[in-house]
Design a protein around this ligand. Structure first.
Ligand SMILES: [Zn+2]
Length: 461
């Protein structure tokens, strides 16, 4: 049974199952205003592996991850580039999925967009005011944090110490510096929606409350996100749910951040790694391996040496898969081998499960599997084909649970191919068939075919 560290209690506890056999997982997704960076890739891979493992253990996972498609950052960039804010959001979201597909991350089952749920957010804000937990000012509506029981629970700080640490209030009408905007009244030029408080738009912390409770229901199992979201974002999400008298997430899981050269990655430090640049120079699977080699709660150092090391390990995995594939063709399954495989699969699976169940200890699980890969290659070298093949297959099957598939780099289109395919789809939709055909040829030159189907274009070798 999988146990995870709960940020709220500080304890490692079994993954809750409100509905036995299934797990509801809400992960805060991206604000789409620019290209994704290495940190985005990490959090997506962490929850991808969590989901894959839960599914491997037989759970049905309802994986919801939102897209924040209206925000100051989106509006500011659109204004600076004299574009419609919706174009900036749509273009950045396309970039996002291209990079995440290249990483081999399973897309979430449900991807709600903030702009699709604004009416519900406006209703939620009005209800918070009616219940006496929020108040209106000249520029918006704010949650009165000290009316909410347990505010500061995720940050592990009292309201008083949070208040002392808060920056000076922007609005003098705010009753406390920790109070936060639920609704922002309209400013000239920005997008607006109607509400009981006049036109405006919701604050960021409100969308996840509406979407998680709306899509997963009260008392859903897991709420995840980056460590940088614990406070104030998640604290403020929880506060709204509590103020509404609704049971929120049962367990909070947070992943560590990415560092480059030992420092937190940030644009101002100049050590910012865009995901598409990283994937253009490295096998996407190597980045997954890098993520797996750190505890999901620790900082992750991204550097060329670590990626090269991960690539070398992948080389041994690919080599083993090739050898087993060839053997299968030559010999077929010998009698008695089936039992041997079942036994080996169980012993490899037991060790794998023991590591993963203890707070998703991927470094230990991966190290064990890579030892099995090495041993399987040695057994094959020494001519013990039956044992080598059993151990090799068991190792490869469990690597696949972590999303590491042998040879997947060549089976999956890279970012260059995905970008060309995206441009071709745009050209095709706008009726520019000459441009679409030219792009098809460019894609073919990279070794890929595009098939158009009712569900969209599909790429194949
Ligand atoms: Zn959120």
């Amino acid at each position: 049974m999988l146990r995870l560290h709960d940020t709220a209690t500080g304890l490692v506890a079994p993954v809750p199952e409100r509905d036995p056999g299934s797990v509801g997982l809400y992960v805060c997704g991206p604000t789409v205003y620019g290209p994704p960076h290495a940190g985005h890739g990490r959090f997506v891979l962490v929850y991808d592996v969590l989901r894959r493992y839960l599914e491997h253990t037989g759970k049905a996972v309802r994986h919801v991850s939102n897209v924040t498609d209206v925000d100051d950052k989106i509006v500011d960039r659109a204004r600076a580039e004299r574009r419609d804010w919706r174009d900036v959001a749509a273009e950045s979201e396309e970039q996002w999925w291209r990079a995440m597909d290249a990483l081999g991350a399973l897309r979430p089952g449900v991807v709600p967009h903030a702009t699709e749920h604004v009416a519900e957010m406006a209703e939620l804000v009005a209800e918070l005011v009616a219940r006496g937990h929020a108040y209106e000012t000249s520029d918006g509506v704010y949650l009165a944090c000290d009316t909410v029981e347990g505010y500061g629970m995720l940050a592990h700080q009292s309201v008083d110490s949070l208040r002392a640490g808060a920056r000076v209030a922007v609005s003098e009408e705010k009753r406390s510096p920790v109070d936060f905007a639920l609704w922002k009244k309209a400013k000239p030029g920005g997008p607006t929606w109607p509400s009981a408080f006049g036109p405006g738009r919701p604050g960021w912390h409100t969308e996840c409350v509406v979407m998680s409770l709306g899509l997963l229901g009260e008392g859903f199992d897991l709420h995840g996100g980056g460590l940088d979201l614990v406070f104030p974002h998640h604290e403020n999400e929880r506060a709204q749910a509590v103020a509404l008298g609704r049971r929120f997430a049962r367990l909070w899981v947070h992943n560590g951040l990415v560092t480059v050269g030992g420092e937190k990655m940030s644009k101002s430090l100049g050590n910012y790694v865009e995901l598409e640049d990283l994937l253009a120079s490295a096998d996407p699977r190597a980045y997954r391996m890098l993520v797996l080699r750190s505890s999901y709660r620790s900082p992750l150092e991204v550097g060329e040496a670590a990626l090269a090391d991960a690539s070398a390990a992948l080389g041994r995995v690919d080599e083993l898969a090739r050898r087993i594939g060839t053997l299968r063709d030559e010999r077929g399954a010998a009698s008695g081998e089936v039992d041997g495989l079942a036994r080996t699969r169980k012993s490899v699976g037991d060790r794998f499960g023991a590591a993963m169940d203890e707070d998703l200890a991927t470094p230990r699980a991966l190290a064990d599997l890579l030892v099995a890969v090495r041993d399987a290659n040695r057994l094959l070298d020494s001519g013990d084909v039956t044992a080598g093949r059993s151990l090799g297959r068991a190792a490869l099957e469990h690597l696949a649970v972590l999303g590491v598939e042998p040879g997947a780099a060549s089976d999956r289109p890279g970012t260059a191919v995905l970008e060309l395919a995206g441009r071709r789809e745009e050209a095709r939709r706008s009726g520019d068939y000459a441009a679409a055909d030219a792009l098809r040829s460019e894609i073919a030159a990279l070794g890929w075919q595009v098939d158009d189907s009712p569900s969209g274009p599909h790429l194949r070798r």
